[in-house]
Ligand binder design. Structure first.
Ligand code: PLP
Length: 604
């Protein structure tokens, strides 16, 4: 599957799929990652907004580059150096052609969208923004398009202005205009929202800003895989995207900047390749884009990205757009018909993404994501790095299904069927709380020790877990444990007992056991079934046990031994770490109180 060499302007001769119709079977065959089973089910990969899978041509190009052309660029006097440089610069031209940049000097290779935005904030932004000035971002931005501007504003004594959105998740042009003032020095906007899929009318928004001489950066991370992007037509000042979201490798991305801006901007990171001459008296810098590419670049990544862009064009951008529009229409119909599902964001123009929550269920978004995973379906849950947007929409997070060129209607059906079944089962199962009488609730109280020591409790748990075959079975076991979690009286659910960082609401209330003050017992509660399971596991290990044993127990080793650790996401791992930190801190205090001469260090 060798790709043809490109002409010097980077516009490759593209071998098109027939017509405007997408040959989905052929497309899928070229993505090896799609061929795997997850928990015994066909993988249904619907997390394309986080990252896309890679076509075989890209994988082969990476290998081929390292096999035949690997050398450092812009400095070799040997053949390999020349070849690597030629391929790197050809990739730049390819990216330039993909965005329809006027010249390939307008393309800066970066690690991804995040780095591109930081580059602009730290160079262009630092030169242009001063005390009292304003930078405008929309309410639907990814953190990567908020925090760099917030830091810049803090540094310069400027303010960050927020362009409001409607309940449908769209930018309102009048509100946008009202946000811009004579102090606005830059606007930074997503082309497509990663959390809602909203396609912003960036061309109009750029025109409005330009009428006031305000430059605009467009975060194109979620757009390039779905829409045709023409930076000349948009007339944006900067456009950023990540290779890995457009079927290319991770670690490579593109910043497009109008050449007059790039020429004006000071360098950012400094080192080799971005300088002309260096002496101890001073340094002169290279021209753009080399000025912004200090050090050894990701040449293989650039080469792989160029091949990914070829692949997109060979499939045909309009064929992709048509295919994905059909998928989204179908998904909106199917998901919208499931009782209890509420779509978050109903924009008139949407690309790639559908977000929703499940209402009136004893399950959080995270629980549903985990259960979908057990059905082979990969989705993303949480705030999607858009915390201000979640706050605006009044939800802690959403479940996000995001499609790609290889997604099929059958996969959307699989998602909808699995989701419908999960929701129906959850609805039909009374929670522990509901199944207990009020009197039982009061009687449940703090759970006593389940074994003579923490070690003995751990052995008993391990024995039970070892008898289970795989993660799905262990997951169900955890959920069952969680269903038996003794209820926590509402008066204990206070801010002081709230545990943060768990992607769900969690309370943990420890106390010294009355009459046995060297022992710790605790009640806990969460709105997430998996977190309730983890809390129940901790209770079986620790509640009613001696504080000194709780502190001395190797919980990390225990979790690794159970195999649970590998199934905990960073969020859940952080949450669990925080619960344990709380317990350890309380245990240390208990010991200190029981014997004030003993100073136990609080574990963190
Ligand atoms: N902007 C948007 C809209 C995104 O969706 C993302 C990633 O999800 C980013 C920026 C950051 O991209 P990266 O992590 O590739 O730098």
């Amino acid at each position: 599957m060798n790709s043809p060499l490109s002409p010097p302007d980077g516009r490759r001769q593209i071998r098109r799929h027939s017509g405007d119709r997408l040959d989905i079977a052929r497309v899928r065959r070229s993505f090896p990652a799609l061929e795997q089973l997850v928990h015994g089910k066909n993988l249904v990969y619907l997390d394309n907004a986080a990252t896309t899978q890679k076509p075989r041509r890209v994988l082969e190009a990476l290998t081929r580059y390292y096999e035949t052309s690997n050398a450092n660029v812009h400095r070799g006097v040997h053949d390999l150096g020349d070849r690597a440089t030629a391929r790197f610069e050809r990739a730049r031209a390819r990216a330039g052609a993909f965005l329809n940049a006027r010249q390939h000097r307008e393309i800066v290779f970066v690690r991804g969208t995040t780095e591109a935005i930081n580059l602009v904030a730290q160079t262009f932004g630092r030169c242009r923004v001063g005390p009292g000035d304003e930078v405008a971002v929309s309410c639907m931005e990814h953190h990567a398009n908020i925090v760099p501007w917030q830091m810049l504003c803090n540094e310069k004594g400027a303010s960050l202005r927020v362009i409001p959105i409607t309940d449908a998740g769209e930018l309102c042009v009048e509100a946008y205009e009202a946000t811009l003032t004579e102090r606005t020095k830059l606007v930074a906007l997503a082309h497509v929202s990663n959390a809602l899929g909203t396609v912003n009318r960036v061309k109009t928004l750029i025109e409005i800003a330009h009428r006031r001489d305000i430059p605009v950066l467009v975060d194109g991370a979620q757009a390039v895989a779905h829409l045709e992007v023409d930076v000349q037509d948009l007339d944006c000042d900067f456009y950023a995207f990540s290779g890995h979201k457009v079927y290319g490798p991770m670690g490579i991305g593109v910043l497009y900047g109008k050449i007059q801006h790039l020429e004006e901007m000071p360098p950012w990171q400094c080192g080799g390749d971005m300088v002309k001459t260096v002496s101890f008296e001073g340094t002169s810098f290279n021209e753009a884009p080399a000025k912004f590419e200090a050090g050894t670049p990701d040449v293989a990544g650039a080469v792989g990205l160029a091949v990914a862009l070829d692949e997109i064009e060979s499939i045909g951008r309009s064929a992709i757009a048509h295919h994905e529009a059909c998928l989204l229409d179908h998904a909106l119909g199917r998901l919208g018909a499931i009782r209890g599902i509420r779509l978050i964001g109903t924009p008139a123009r949407r690309a790639g993404v559908i977000s929703f929550v499940v209402e009136d269920q004893p399950l959080t978004a995270m629980d549903i994501g985990i259960r979908l995973n057990l059905e082979g379906v990969a989705v993303r849950t949480g705030h999607h790095c858009c915390q201000p947007l979640m706050e605006r929409l009044g939800v802690p997070g959403t479940i996000r299904a995001s499609v790609g060129v290889y997604t099929t209607l059958a996969e959307i059906d699989h998602l909808a069927d699995a989701l419908g079944a999960i929701v129906a089962t959850a609805r039909s199962r009374p929670s522990q709380r509901e199944s207990l009488e009020i009197a039982d609730l009061a009687a449940a109280g703090y759970p006593p020790a389940t074994a003579v020591s923490v070690g003995a409790a751990a052995s008993a748990l391990l024995e039970e877990l070892d008898a289970l075959e795989d993660w799905p079975e262990r997951y169900e076991y955890l959920i069952e444990l969680g269903r038996k979690l003794p209820a926590m009286p509402p008066e204990l659910m206070t801010a002081a007992h709230r545990v943060r960082g768990c992607q769900s609401t969690v309370f943990l209330a420890p106390r010294a056991r009355p009459g046995c003050t060297d022992r710790v017992e605790f009640l806990a509660e969460s709105d997430s079934e998996i977190v309730r399971g983890l809390l129940a596991l901790l209770q079986r290990l620790f509640s009613g046990q001696r504080a000194v044993e709780i502190l001395g127990f190797d919980l990390g080793g225990f979790l690794a031994r159970t195999g649970l650790e590998s199934h905990l996401t960073t969020g859940r791992r952080n949450g669990l770490a925080e619960m344990i930190r709380r317990l350890h801190a309380f245990a240390a205090r208990t010991i200190a109180k029981a014997d004030p001469r003993t100073k136990h260090q609080e574990h963190s």
